[in-house]
Design a protein around this ligand. Structure first.
Ligand SMILES: NC(=O)c1ccc[n+]([C@@H]2O[C@H](COP(=O)([O-])OP(=O)(O)OC[C@H]3O[C@@H](n4cnc5c(N)ncnc54)[C@H](OP(=O)(O)O)[C@@H]3O)[C@@H](O)[C@H]2O)c1
Length: 235
């Protein structure tokens, strides 16, 4: 099947950071909308449980992938193509935070965060482009409100500024290929990202609806950015 014959049913969405939070919610919503999903993260058990919930081999594939590892990213794409034959959209979403303050957190935690949030997203883009060129597909990238405004002492915010820049850099780089690029910029959302559940936050499904909105526009519509805050969030 080529892109011209693809319908919403059976299109393939690859998601990193799919084991919990925004990625898992997007997988559930996309499946309900007829997509097949490849679920990537490090927690194989969680991915397999989600894949079972979503219909297993027919509709959902669990692929263990540490996004900081190029070989694993390539295997993730290869496994998805082997299982489903195509990739119509890749959602580079894996990431995590760190306590604010340049004297807080550990250098090793910083290193892992930068590698995951910045290098990992770049590797997902690199790994997915050949398949997305074939499908004239869609690249979705999770930045943050923190990728739009600098937060005091937040190296996390610096990583998300890099991701915001990467969205625009990829959009310009991929111009002419038919590949669309969408940057998702969530405000505070109640997911395992936080050790303590935030109040007045968005639900993961609120962001998932934004992802599906971008993915389901007609081919000539490129939704480049979606900045979504909870109504109660000021900054
Ligand atoms: N929640 C918010 O308020 C908020 C706001 C703005 C932006 N974001 C961004 O949204 C994205 C998803 O976060 P979330 O809120 O859904 O939090 P989450 O529930 O903690 O999800 C993070 C996901 O990333 C995966 N992950 C972390 N390191 C990884 C690695 N090295 N390789 C592969 N997967 C990795 C985790 O799975 P494993 O641990 O199994 O690998 C998990 O599936 C992140 O990029 C985050 O920065 C969140």
């Amino acid at each position: 099947m080529n892109a011209d014959t693809a319908t919403s049913d059976g299109r393939v969405l690859l998601i990193t950071g799919a084991s919990t939070g925004l990625g898992a919610a997007t997988a559930r919503l996309a499946c309900a909308d007829g997509w097949r999903v490849a679920l990537a993260a490090r927690s194989q058990d969680r991915l397999e449980a989600l894949a079972r919930e979503l219909g297993e081999s027919e509709r959902a594939l669990a692929v263990r992938c540490d996004v900081t590892d190029w070989d694993e990213q390539q295997r993730m794409v290869d496994s998805t193509l082997a299982a489903f034959g195509r990739i119509d959209a890749a959602f580079a979403n894996a990431g995590f935070g760190a306590p604010r303050g340049f004297l807080n957190s550990s250098p090793e935690h910083w290193r892992e965060m930068i590698l995951t949030n910045v290098y990992g997203v770049a590797l997902t883009i690199r790994a997915a482009i050949p398949a997305l060129r074939e499908s004239r597909g869609h690249l979705v990238i999770t930045s943050s409100v923190a990728g739009r405004r600098v937060l005091p002492g937040s190296l996390y915010s610096c990583t998300k500024h890099a991701v915001t820049a990467m969205g625009e850099a990829a959009r310009q780089d991929l111009h002419g290929t038919g590949i669309r690029v969408t940057l998702i910029e969530p405000g505070m959302t109640d997911t395992p990202f936080f050790d303590q559940r935030p109040s007045n936050a968005l639900e993961a499904e609120d962001i998932a609806r934004g992802v599906l909105y971008a993915l389901t526009q007609p081919p000539h519509v490129n939704v480049n950015e979606l900045l979504i805050r909870p109504t109660e969030q000021q900054g």
